[in-house]
Design a protein around this ligand. Structure first.
Ligand SMILES: C[S@@+](CC[C@H](N)C(=O)[O-])C[C@H]1O[C@@H](n2cnc3c(N)ncnc32)[C@H](O)[C@@H]1O
Length: 434
């Protein structure tokens, strides 16, 4: 396909996402199924236009003076492929599959538009109703922080020391451009894609099949590392999902002690079995959601709540979620977070730790949930540990400023963001039970 056909396809998918308020991955998959002639390079290029258009939907709409699917697709091509309006017009000339494009003076207006005259929510590429909420979670520079959620993300991997050390994985993946991650000790990074490129499919690599590495955002790796899981401990991963953090914990514990992994959703949990096998993790017992786990009450050294959340910290990877999020969905997540924290508290032994993680940057899902938990459990002996000190102990001096540390009742909690930490947005809190 030439650029015109790719752009037309992207506009069709953007229209579908908008009209049916459906996940972008589903819309792209459907388009692929009904256009089997499109090769993998075409699909990647179409995907880039669609994702870029959704990431910057508001600022592109402002600069184009139009937020239709066509305007967003054209803006994404101009910016994503660094094309001038003239170069775009020339590339589409004579292409019968190309969409109509606005007159060149309007495209010149897009290039010259001054975003400084736009509202902060437009500059940050977020819905208006979320602006104040992001500000209370991220502080005065929330606009810059939120805008970084509209950039293309890197592909992050975690070497699995149960099977291979990081140097070995780096060597194997050097041809794919993998480099050591900045902060996570086992992390590797393949930079964000440029132009019409695409990330390599690392899951077909022999090293992946042999369990040498996993795909995991560096923020998720750091959250697992900060939990301080140690060999020999009893650990409960209560919201294990497909096991991203479970696998990281198993490696930290060097396959000793015991991790109990479960999730409310059997379908989400299902892939964990295959992943554990491939990673060589042998200290994990997976519990069906229907199982009665009362036998573990009061027995865990570490209970991890990787809570269900709005996922606002992952908008780089799932930009459609940013526009679909509603206040009622946020309230529902908050109620789930309270419920799962209350359940988790029952498993923590005296002297044990309760770790709460979200991939959200909204204070309502983060620091406010911890504050509400402490109020509900005022007589249970939970205190907030100094997560900032844990971060400082784990990283070198010049990296201390890389995450946001918020003091909270005698301790502190952490927020990682694409802008500061170069990771997805994550919140981390650790409570200790006296
Ligand atoms: C952020 S995801 C977990 C991701 C996973 N830990 C990882 O690292 O790959 C949150 C998970 O919480 C689960 N969940 C939601 N409510 C729950 C509850 N009340 N108890 C346990 N799990 C729950 C969801 O099914 C979902 O899989």
């Amino acid at each position: 396909m030439r650029l015109g056909g790719r752009l037309a396809a992207a506009i069709e998918v953007l229209g579908d996402v908008e009209a049916r308020r459906r996940p972008v991955a589903d819309a792209l998959k459907d388009w692929g199924l009904s256009h089997r002639f499109a090769g993998s390079g075409d699909r990647a290029a179409i995907g880039n236009i669609v994702y870029d258009g959704l990431r910057k939907k508001r600022s592109f709409g402002f600069r184009m003076g139009d937020d239709s699917a066509a305007a967003l697709g054209i803006a994404a091509v101009l910016e994503g492929l660094s094309m001038t309006p003239e170069a775009l017009a020339a590339a589409l000339a004579g292409d019968r599959f190309a969409p109509a494009i606005p007159p060149s003076e309007r495209l010149a207006g897009f290039v010259a538009a001054d975003l400084e005259t736009a509202s902060e929510a437009v500059r940050a590429d977020v819905p208006d109703w979320l602006a104040g909420r992001l500000a209370s979670g991220l502080g005065a520079d929330w606009g810059v922080e939120a805008a970084s959620l509209a950039e293309r993300p890197p592909l992050d991997l975690r070497a699995n020391p149960l099977k291979a050390d990081r140097d070995k994985v780096l060597k194997a993946l050097a041809p794919l451009g993998a480099t050591p991650a900045d902060l996570a000790p086992q992390g590797l990074r393949i930079a964000a894609i440029e132009g019409a490129g695409r990330h390599p499919n690392v899951q077909v690599e022999a090293g992946f099949q042999k369990g040498w590495f996993e795909v995991q955002d560096e923020g998720s790796q750091l959250a697992a590392a900060l939990s301080g899981a140690k060999p020999g401990e009893q650990v409960l991963d209560l919201c294990a999902g497909a096991g991203g953090k479970t696998l990281a914990l198993a490696a930290m514990m060097d396959n000793t002690g015991q991790i109990h992994a479960t999730d409310a959703d059997r379908q989400r949990l299902a892939p964990i079995h295959e992943r554990l096998k491939r990673a060589g993790a042998r200290n994990v017992q997976v519990h069906d959601p229907r199982e009665d786990m009362a036998g573990l009450f009061g027995g865990m050294d570490l209970t991890l709540v990787d809570a269900p959340c709005t996922g606002s910290g992952t908008w780089r990877r799932r930009p459609d979620a940013k526009w679909r999020l509603t206040e009622s969905a946020l309230e529902k997540r908050m109620a789930e977070q309270d419920a799962v924290l209350d359940r988790a508290a029952r498993f923590v032994r005296h002297g044990g730790r309760l770790v709460y993680v979200t991939c959200s940057l909204l204070a309502e899902e983060n620091v406010e949930r911890i504050a509400a938990f402490l109020q509900r459990h005022v007589d249970k002996g939970f205190t907030v540990a100094d997560a900032g000190a844990r971060w400082a102990a784990a990283l070198s001096d010049n990296e201390l400023e890389r995450c946001r540390v918020t003091p909270l009742v005698g301790g502190s909690v952490l927020t990682m963001t694409p802008h500061r930490t170069g990771t997805d947005g994550f919140f981390f809190a650790l409570l200790e039970k006296a």
